[in-house]
Structures are given as C-alpha cells and as structure tokens.
Design a protein around this ligand. Sequence first.
Ligand SMILES: *Cc1c(COP(=O)(O)O)cnc(C)c1O
Length: 370
Amino acid sequence: MEAKSQLLNLKPYQPGKPIEEVKREYGLDKIVKLASNENPYGSSPSVKDAIVSEAAHLGLYPDGYSAELREELSEFLGVKKGNLIFGNGSDEVVQILSRSFLHEGTNTVMAANTFPQYKHNAVIEGAEVREVPLLNGEHDLNEMLKAIDGQTKIVWLCSPNNPTGHYIDQKSFETFMAEVPPHVLVVSDEAYYEYVEAEDFPETITYLDRYPNLVILRTFSKAYGLAALRIGYGIGDEKLITAIEPAREPFNTSRIAQAAARAAIKDQDFISTCSERNREGLQQFYDFCQKRGLVYYPSQANFILIDFKEDSNLLFQHLLERGYIVRSGSALGFPTSLRITIGDKQQNGEIIEHLENYLLVSGNTEKETV
Ligand SMILES: *Cc1c(COP(=O)(O)O)cnc(C)c1O
C-alpha cells in the first residue's frame, strides 16, 4: 500500500505546545499560553447559554447548510445567503478551495512566509507552489502578479498576514484585483479582521460584485474566541460557492458550533472590547521593543513578531520553562524572532518582564566575555 507520494514530504501541522503537556514536563502549576492567537478573554458570555440549550439535541445531525447561522450572518455582513460557505474552521475552507481548484499541472501563488495551510493543501493536491518572499513583512504584490501564468488557479493573500501582522491596504488591494487575470481565484484570508484598526484596510466584501474571482475567509476562532468549536466561513460569488459546495463534508460544522457562532455574532460589544484591549496590549509590547531597541512589525492582529537577534528556540525554551508558551519564529521562517499572542494586561506584563530578564542576563554575559 502506498499513500500519495506528496504526503512523504509533509509533516502534520505543528500546533503550539499544549498546556497540560508543559505543566507535566516542567512541574508547573500556572501556564500562560500565548502561542496560537486565541482570545485571552474567551468568548461572549452568551455563548455558554447557547451551548447548554443546544446540548439537548446532541442525538441529531447538524444542519449541513447551517440555515439559521447563514441567515443571521448574511444579514450581519450585508451579503446574500448564497454568498456563504461554512467550514470546520476556516482551515477547512482552505481545504475545500484547494480540493476544488488545485491538481497536478496547476500552480498556486502565495507569500513566504505566511499561513502554512495554503501550501500544505496545495502539496496534497499535487499543485506547484509558487512562494513569493515578503518585502519587509508585507506581501510583494507586484512579484505575486508576475508569478501568475495560464496554469495559476489560486493566489492566497493573508491580511493581516500571519506571522507578521502586516496588512494589504485598500489601494494596493484595488490595484492587485484590477490586474489579476479573471481565471485566477484570489483568496483574502482575514482571520484577524475583527482586530484591524487601520482605516485603509479594504472592506473586501464591497468588491465581490465586481470580482466573481474573489473569496474572503473569516473565522470564529480568533476574536470571537471559539477556536475549540471549529467554525469559519468563506464569502464569495454565488456561482462559485455553489460550484465548490460538493467538496464540503455533509455535516462539517456541529450543532454546538453553529449555535455558539449565532450567539457570538449578536454580542458585538464583546468584540469591540476585546479589540480595544488588544490595541492596549500591542502598545505594551511596542513600548518594550522601543525601550530595548528591538525590531518588530507593527501589527493589525492579536499577535506581534519581535526580532530578538538571537536563536528563537533558546528564547522560546527560556519562556517555556517559566510557564509561558509562545511561538518560536524558527518554524515560521523567522529564526531569530518570537511570535507572541497579545494576552491580557497582566500576562503581557509578565512575559515582558521575563524577556527583560533574559535580555539583561544575555547582555551581561556579553560584557563579561569582552
Ligand atoms: C488561525 C488562522 C486560520 C485558521 O483558523 P480556523 O478558523 O481556526 O481554522 C486561518 N488563517 C489564518 C491566517 C490564521 O491565522
């Protein structure tokens, strides 16, 4: 028996270290996990009630079409019901799009480095992956355009980009969309949309009428705080959504997830409070970086990539042993950086203190050896 040869070169997704494992390994009671861009404030309190009510119906299959959530979300977003496709996380929408468009002989264009699942799924489908290096943490849209040819099926834009936090501004997006040939699908992955504060961030939904080759991805995993329930969605032209629906598993989103998402959308106060606190948290890290002369990318998301000019695995380990799980940049293409999820004020303060101590000690050693 032989699996597809392309699987040989792939590793399963490496998630942030699980809390329980770190507790056991280092004999710690308290763990702060700021590694997977989860919401440190959880989710809206109304979500729990919705889940409890839905728990009465666990014997029933979910509505694969998500009719009620679809109705409410389409109203909230100002799109038609037929513009939406739901996934078991937006990860699954990435998979559905890849299954629908990519195969041997085709290619797909993306930034390097960006969210790894675009490449992962493309490799599984046997498509050629064309990676265009970031320019100062930003998508190099001109080079991405040049990488497109007659066999290109999908171009992935990640905005704000994971792991840099940079976004594609409205003017750049408009120019790009005007130049992308119509046979190419443009996917704008906006997993951190709710955190964005930049005024020139494009409202990509308003471009759907003009560009039937545009799909927008959003999720309930990040600002909405429902990562455990696995629910995200794509927004696109009705014809395109209808065409890819058969590639979706029949019962891909659970009853619980649908009920939780419906409750979550209704509590926009929770979202605005979280994004405001996120801004304040980002400022804590900006202040720290400025004080220490560290290079960082200004972020429109709920994480920050900081360059410590040291082996990121050592820094990662230093924090881990003290009960703070972050993301080492080595796995993300930034071997001297850490990607830190913005936590609450206290968590940010604690982690900054540990980083200060680390820098102080490593600074002292340098002086002693001189
Ligand atoms: C977290 C993340 C996702 C996946 O989110 P799920 O909806 O939980 O699958 C997609 N894209 C980017 C850029 C992300 O950071």
